[in-house]
Ligand binder design. Structure first.
Ligand SMILES: Cc1cc2nc3c(=O)[nH]c(=O)nc-3n(C[C@H](O)[C@H](O)[C@H](O)COP(=O)(O)O)c2cc1C
Length: 360
């Protein structure tokens, strides 16, 4: 089972990718960048381009396979240009965003907006996959889709379309656009969609995405997908992708991998390298926070902005501290590096640490 770190805008940038890898080792098979916009100008924004430069991947010994750029494009021409640029930078695979729910994206007929017009999407993919068969110029292509725009029944047509093309991996976020990020993941619709994809000859690897926030979530979702009780449909997934769960517990993939190994007899050498699936230790979290701060400080100039970045993480990480409202408020109110670090020391010194976010 591969475990992927989901693309998250403004978050899974190179400082986080490198520091996560540095502290949590090879618990993650692949990190997805936030989307890079492939615009009609055939130029990336500077900060987007910087995020995928090979020298920004120092923690990765095989970045072409361990980091995957995600592209946001509304037509084949723009996507193909961006994919080619990624190949020039060494990447072996790129991902097309077919799920971003933001109104500004959707109204421009990009992200989840492409799901509203299956005929257009079919034509766009046809152009993309016929051009990208030139292997020396283009990387392989994975898709990250939702089950539909408004209703999961839309997945039927979408899966028929995806099945027509040599997609390397189909990542399905088990929601529709109108769900945004809330509510439970739609597991039954996910299974039905994968079934339709396979019935139509789709051979891509399948990645499940949505609400894996703990080992217990992983186990129950996998059990449901594989339907061990024996009735109803069952689907095999090659990979899982985790977003918010890794922000809350950066050690989650290590724990899941140990659980997956325990229930499978085949253990790869990469998997045996990973410690015994230990839950998050307070010192480990401290080191992660300290290294992340240092990495953001190199990435953005002012303390205030570095602190803002760290607060995006604290919005998820606070679950590890019991009864910590006052200490957390001090972190949020900090205005300088010294104030921030003092507030962080204070929360570690004075609040009970809860290892597993899932216990909360
Ligand atoms: C803050 C935030 C930013 C996101 N940015 C992206 C993005 O750039 N590209 C993308 O495909 N998905 C993006 N997503 C969606 C995630 O990749 C993932 O599909 C979603 O969070 C569901 O997985 P989870 O339940 O494990 O978090 C974003 C999600 C969040 C919460």
């Amino acid at each position: 089972m591969n475990i992927y770190y989901a693309p998250m805008e403004g978050i899974t940038l190179y400082p986080l990718r490198n520091i996560h890898r540095e502290i949590f080792g090879d618990s993650i098979d692949k990190y997805f960048t936030p989307f890079l916009t492939a615009s009609h100008t055939f130029h990336f924004k500077n900060r987007e381009k910087k995020d995928v430069l090979p020298d920004k991947n120092p923690a990765f010994d095989d970045y072409p396979n361990q980091v995957q750029p995600q592209i946001m494009a509304g037509n084949a021409e723009n996507f193909l240009w961006a994919a080619k640029e990624m190949k020039k930078l060494g990447y072996n695979e790129v991902n097309l965003n077919l799920g971003c729910p933001a109104p500004t994206v959707v109204t421009r007929h990009k992200g989840a907006g492409l799901l509203t017009d299956p005929d257009y999407l079919d034509d766009m993919l046809k152009q993309i996959f016929s051009a990208s068969s030139e292997k020396e110029l283009f990387p392989e292509i994975s898709l990250k889709t939702r089950l539909g725009f408004s209703d999961p029944s839309e997945a039927d047509r979408l899966m028929e379309i995806y099945a027509k093309y040599p997609v390397k991996e189909l990542i399905i976020h088990a929601r529709v656009r109108e769900d945004f990020y809330s509510g439970s993941a739609r597991l039954e619709d996910f299974k039905r969609a994968v079934g339709i994809f396979r019935q139509n000859g789709g051979s891509a690897d399948i990645c499940y995405n949505g609400n894996i926030d703990s080992v217990a979530d992983y186990t129950s979702i996998l059990e449901n997908l594989q339907n061990r009780s024996g009735d109803g449909e069952s689907v095999d997934v090659n990979s899982i992708m985790i977003g918010r769960g890794l922000l809350s517990d950066p050690s989650l993939a290590r724990q899941i991998r140990a659980a997956a190994d325990a229930s499978s007899s085949t253990t790869s050498s990469a998997q045996t390298d990973i410690a015994d699936g230990a839950s998050l230790a307070p010192e480990e979290l401290r080191t992660y926070l300290r290294r992340l701060y240092e990495a953001y400080a190199e990435y953005i100039p002012e303390d205030r902005n570095v602190i803002f970045k760290m607060l995006e993480h604290w919005a998820f990480l606070h679950v590890h501290f019991k009864d910590c409202d006052r200490q957390l408020k001090a972190i949020r109110k900090s205005r300088s590096k010294a104030e921030y670090h003092a507030a962080v020391s204070n929360i570690f010194a004075n609040c009970e640490f809860i290892s597993s976010a899932g216990d909360h």
